[in-house]
Design a protein around this ligand. Structure first.
Ligand code: URA
Length: 274
C-alpha cells in the first residue's frame, strides 16, 4: 500500500502536481456555474420595514480578491511610485494582494545579487527551489545561469537578478497575462531603482512583457534593443532561458553567442559594478 501511494505521489510530482491546494478535490466548474447563477439573481430585494436591522459587523467585508483587477493595477502603480528604495518596494510587494499567485506560493522571491550592478537579469517566475529558499535562480536552471555567467567572468555579486513575477506559479506553469500584468508595475519600479545599463531578459515572458511585443524569443534574441525606463535608456538583450537550454542543449551555442555580445558590451563600458 505504502509503495502504491509513493508511486502515485511520484507520478503527481512528475506531472507537475506538486502542491495541494485543498484537502478535498475542488469542483471549479460547479463554482463558476454557481457564480454565474448568482449574477443572474435580482440584485436587491425589498426589505420589509419591520425587518431587524443587521449589525454591520455581520456583513461580509469585500475580500481583496473580489476587487476588480483594474483597481489593483491602479493602486499598484501608485504604490510602486511611492517606493524610493528597493527595501520599500519589497515591503510593498510583500503586502500586495493583487496577484493570486501569492496565495499558493510559500514566499515572495524578490531578488538576488548586487543592486549596484550595471547588469540586471530578469527571468520568468520562481520554481520550486526558489519558492523554498526565497531567492531567484537557485535550482537547476539557476546553476546553469551561474555557469553561463562564469563563462564571461561574472558571478552573482556582479549582477542583480529578479523575475517578471515574484511568486511561484503552481506546478511551475507559465504565469498568465493577468498575473504578469498585476506584477508589472513592481518589476518596472525595481528596474528604475536599480537603474542598470544592461538588462538581460531570460525567456519569452520576460522579453515579450518588457519590450511589449509578441515576437518569439528565438527571433528576439541575438541583438541589443533599446528600452526607456524612468527616463533612462537601457540596453536590453533577450536571451534563451536556461531552463529551455537544459531541455534543448543543442541551443546552448545561441546562448553562448548572446553571452559574447554581453561580454563585448561590457568591455566597451565601465566595470559591471557601479
Ligand atoms: N526560472 C526563472 O525564470 N526564475 C527563477 O527564479 C528560477 C527559474
Amino acid at each position: 500500500m505504502a509503495d502504491a501511494l509513493t508511486a502515485l505521489l511520484q507520478w503527481y510530482a512528475a506531472m507537475g502536481v506538486d502542491i495541494a491546494l485543498d484537502a478535498l478535490p475542488h469542483d471549479r466548474f460547479a463554482d463558476s456555474e454557481a457564480a454565474k447563477n448568482a449574477k443572474q439573481q435580482p440584485q436587491a430585494k425589498a426589505v420589509p420595514a419591520d425587518d431587524p436591522p443587521r449589525s454591520s459587523s455581520r456583513l461580509p467585508s469585500p475580500s481583496p480578491e473580489s476587487k476588480p483587477q483594474a483597481a489593483f493595477s491602479q493602486s499598484a502603480e501608485e504604490t510602486t511610485a511611492s517606493a524610493m528604495t528597493l527595501e520599500e518596494l519589497r515591503a510593498k510587494l510583500d503586502a500586495f494582494q493583487g496577484c493570486g499567485l501569492k496565495n499558493t506560493a510559500t514566499q515572495l522571491v524578490f531578488a538576488d545579487g548586487n543592486p549596484q550592478s550595471q547588469i540586471m537579469i530578469i527571468g520568468e517566475a520562481p520554481g520550486a527551489d526558489e519558492d523554498r529558499q526565497g531567492r531567484p535562480f537557485v535550482g537547476r536552471a539557476g546553476q546553469l545561469l551561474d555557469r553561463m555567467l562564469a563563462a564571461i567572468d561574472l558571478d552573482r555579486n556582479q549582477v542583480y537578478i529578479a523575475n517578471i513575477v515574484p511568486w511561484r506559479p503552481p506546478g511551475n506553469r507559465t504565469p498568465t497575462t493577468v498575473e504578469i500584468a498585476a506584477c508589472l508595475p513592481f518589476i518596472r519600479r525595481q528596474i528604475e531603482l536599480v537603474s542598470p545599463r544592461f538588462l538581460i531578459c531570460l525567456g519569452a515572458p520576460s522579453a515579450q512583457t518588457l519590450l511589449g511585443t509578441k515576437e518569439a524569443i528565438t527571433r528576439l534574441r541575438g541583438r541589443w534593443r533599446e528600452w526607456t525606463c524612468g527616463g533612462k535608456t537601457i540596453q536590453v538583450l533577450p536571451m534563451l532561458h536556461p531552463a529551455y537550454l537544459l531541455r534543448q542543449p543543442a541551443q546552448k551555442k545561441l546562448a553562448w553567442a548572446d553571452l559574447r555580445l554581453l561580454a563585448k558590451a561590457l568591455r566597451q563600458q565601465q566595470p559591471p559594478v557601479k
